[in-house]
Ligand binder design. Structure first.
Ligand code: OAD
Length: 238
């Protein structure tokens, strides 16, 4: 076994205060493309850049175009949690992991059995009316065709944080609390490019920060341990 994976395994074995902070790379082994890899969402061709489509003003102006992208690219049928999601859920059950903080909107941590999941960017498995805020089952939004409408006439929207929208401050505060107090912090599957989420790393005060990511990140120099491998493969060994 790779020396760094062995070290991470030891850190986890000796701790009951592990926190995980992840991004799209956690779900690529489940078949969901990430955003910034060469085969990621942002490198596929659309009439508008996906970063534009996933913005508040775009949703307001071109909701049909948004929904075309949403249903074709964000909703992927039949995806299952992979070994990273499953091992994280197991570590929580073993009393080692305190929280999963994720930028993902796919609900796969919960599907794997994780209970304390902080979704910084929301979830496509929840929907609500953009006018009266009434909640709706996700099927109406993810499965139908055309614009999903509320009985009040408003457009139903996903409970995700679009660009230009603020993060939920309660979730951010909770994430800061877990990271600040963590003994072992594992950050994985994220390019650490998108703020404010990426800035959460600055709240960690310990000396056991492991970064598990296929490619380099702007925070590699911050980490006490770097593993440039597939996260599912790493987690299946720890
Ligand atoms: P990115 O696509 O920016 O980064 C994913 C990272 O995961 C890349 O650095 C990959 O190298 C790495 N990666 C891919 N597969 C991996 C694997 N199997 N094991 C380990 N690493 C792997 O995704 P995020 O950092 O999550 O925001 O992006 C942050 C935000 O940007 C997203 O939440 C989304 C997007 O715009 C919103 O929609 C608001």
């Amino acid at each position: 076994m790779n020396e760094n994976i062995l070290k991470l395994k030891e850190w986890i074995a000796n701790s009951d205060n592990v926190v995980f902070f992840g991004g799209a790379g956690v779900s690529t082994e489940s078949g969901i493309p990430d955003f910034r890899s060469v085969d990621g969402l942002y490198n596929q061709k659309w009439k508008y850049p996906p970063e534009t489509i996933l913005s508040h003003s775009f949703f307001e102006r071109y909701p049909e175009e948004y929904y075309r992208f949403h249903r074709e690219k964000l909703v992927i049928d039949g995806v299952q949690p992979n070994r990273a999601h499953l091992r994280l859920a197991e570590l929580e059950r073993e009393g080692k992991l305190r929280a999963v903080i994720t930028q993902n909107i796919d609900g796969l941590h919960q599907a794997a059995g994780s209970k304390n999941v902080l979704e910084l960017h929301g979830s496509i498995l929840r929907a609500y009316c953009s006018r009266c805020r009434r909640p709706y089952p996700q099927e109406e939004m993810n499965k139908g065709t055309g614009l999903p409408r509320c009985s009040c006439g408003g457009i139903i929207r996903p409970d995700i944080v679009l660009y230009e929208e603020p993060l939920d401050q309660d979730i951010v505060s909770s994430a800061v609390h877990y990271i600040r107090n963590a003994d072992v912090l594992i950050i994985g599957g994220t390019s650490l490019n998108v703020y404010p989420a990426a800035g959460l790393i600055n709240y960690y005060r310990g000396n056991k920060l492991a970064l598990v990511n296929l490619s380099e990140t702007p925070y590699d120099h911050y980490a006490d341990l770097i593993i440039h491998e597939k996260i599912g493969e790493v987690f299946s060994q720890i």
